[in-house]
Design a protein around this ligand. Structure first.
Ligand code: NAP
Length: 471
């Protein structure tokens, strides 16, 4: 297996890299281990300075990195450039907030045998991050900004289809002043990845990708009692109540479902539209997508991009065919796309019954599964009848009704009257087969820290807290 940059639009091979040898991999591991010993003791203020420089470089290089991203993933150039801003925002956010989120704290405890306590968060060591191609700059930044700010170091195995993005991020951190060994990119195969997880110097694994691969990585980590975080697939429901504003609904559906041509984990993949708005919704989607223009994603005039590869497009087309074979109706809308390419025509699937296998599958492409409902309880049951539990959205002009439904949806992240999206401050993650643990937020930065409690009945723990706060 090698790491290849193949332009999904032209099918041209832009760059290819061989895997590390086992000796080279060992050298990277040794470097990371050595780097941790210093980095863990580097003050927050110094870590933050480096992280802010990395963010500034990312913004400065937005065009160059955007082009690399689009060439490797096929997404629109404007979207690739926007991804750099999101990733830079994450870096800045944890530069600003890491120290606050990892503050020592006092725990009053009336137990006369144990006494009161002070809790501190300490970094653990090398975190191994396995990441997907769909948002390669963001996916490199998400675990790195939090974990580097927490004092851990990162070994990154990025997807084999985005090696140039992975190298660009490694270079960017180095130029920002991150000490050598704190963030290293690895071109490795699955056997080497398993070997790495087994190594005692790796203390945690964060994996983002599909649920089948997540199972394998989690089992490998579990075998060696390593903590893992899994950020997996999703089939988010979008719930539209009768009093929803149809313009917000259509805008949310287009952004939520068609961003990156439908290749987003947290995305409204199943739309439950109240019967009173069903026809308006379908017409609104048809009319809005009619203006999209399919073409070269590097051309700023293009508004509808290919998928990440021809193989991915074939897989989505096969899923559509399977849905139809089991009784669904498929309507192609939006712009015509070239045949035998990485493009998939935007498709609306209706009449999907619960026993249709597609009902429980994630479709990673521009496909809207649309359901019409009239009974709220039954709609809610169907919305939750998925193996996944990543995100969801609820549309209603009545905040009480929207909140009530949001609290009953089985998901980790729910948006009201807008598409679900990642934001630096908000913990990201799901439940069920969408994984466990969180990246981002206070919870995310603490995932790979040791929450250590020190207690005493004879020592004044408030004094201990003060000492820890002013080393
Ligand atoms: P994938 O095949 O699971 O790949 C993701 C990463 O895992 C890649 O680096 C891949 O390496 C690696 N990988 C896969 N199997 C492995 C194994 N046995 N050992 C070591 N590494 C392994 O992901 P994908 O299907 O391309 O990505 C799309 C999926 O990711 C969707 O399901 C999407 O919903 C999910 N996703 C989730 C989130 C989230 O935050 N929840 C975000 C983005 C995407 P290679 O490239 O070398 O195979």
């Amino acid at each position: 297996m090698s790491y290849q940059s193949i332009n999904p639009y032209t099918s041209e091979l832009a760059a290819e890299y061989g895997n590390l040898t086992d000796i080279e991999l060992e050298e990277k591991l040794r470097k990371a281990h050595a780097a941790f010993k210093n980095w863990r003791n580097t003050p927050f203020s110094e870590r933050a300075e480096i992280m802010r420089r990395a963010a500034a470089l990312l913004r400065e290089r937005r065009e160059e990195l955007g082009r690399i991203n689009t060439t490797e993933t096929g997404k629109l150039i404007s979207v690739s450039i926007g991804e750099n801003y999101l990733a830079a925002g994450i870096m800045d956010y944890y530069a600003d907030h890491a120290e606050e989120y990892l503050q020592p704290h006092y725990l009053e405890n009336p137990d006369p045998i144990i006494g009161s306590a002070v809790g501190i968060y300490q970094p653990l060591g090398i975190i191994y991050a396995v990441e997907p191609w769909n948002v390669p700059i963001y996916q490199a930044a998400r675990p790195s900004a939090t974990q580097l700010m927490a004092g851990n170091v990162i070994l990154l195995k990025h997807a084999s289809s985005c090696p140039q993005c992975a190298l660009a991020m490694e270079q960017l951190f180095l130029e920002a002043g991150l000490p050598e060994g704190c963030f290293q990119n690895l071109f490795i195969d699955y056997a080497q990845s398993a070997h790495l997880i087994a190594d005692s110097r790796i203390v945690g694994v964060t994996f983002t990708g599909n649920s089948a691969a997540g199972r394998i990585i989690a089992a490998q980590a579990g075998q060696y009692l390593k903590k893992s975080i899994l950020e997996l697939g999703g089939s988010d429901p979008m719930i539209v109540l009768p009093d929803a504003d149809i313009n917000k609904v259509i805008q949310g559906a287009i952004i939520g479902r068609l961003a990156i041509s439908g290749q987003v984990c947290e995305s409204d993949k199943r739309m439950f539209i109240h019967e009173s708005l069903y026809t308006d919704f379908l017409n609104g989607i048809r009319n809005t997508t009619a203006f999209l223009k399919a073409g070269d994603p590097l051309d700023p005039k293009t508004t509808f991009a290919p998928l990440c590869s021809r193989a991915a497009a074939e897989e989505v087309r096969a899923q559509i065919a399977k849905a139809v074979k089991h009784g669904a109706a498929a309507e192609e809308i939006g712009p015509e796309v070239p045949a035998n390419s990485a493009f998939v025509r935007i498709t609306v699937l209706t009449d999907v019954t619960e026993d249709n296998p597609i009902f429980r599958e994630e479709i990673f492409g521009p496909v809207l599964m649309v359901f019409q409902w009239h009974n709220e309880e039954e709609m809610l049951r169907l919305a939750n009848a998925t193996p996944y539990g990543l995100g969801a959205s609820v549309y209603s002009e009545d905040p009480r009704a929207a909140t009530r439904l949001a609290s009953r949806l089985e998901a980790g992240m729910i948006s009201l009257n807008q598409a679900t999206m990642s934001s630096p401050a908000v913990p990201f993650g799901g439940i069920k087969e969408s994984g466990y643990g969180r990246e981002l937020g206070q919870e995310g930065i603490r995932e790979f820290t040791n929450l250590k409690y020190i207690n005493s009945t004879t020592v004044d723990m408030r004094t201990v807290l003060t000492m820890l706060q002013t080393p």
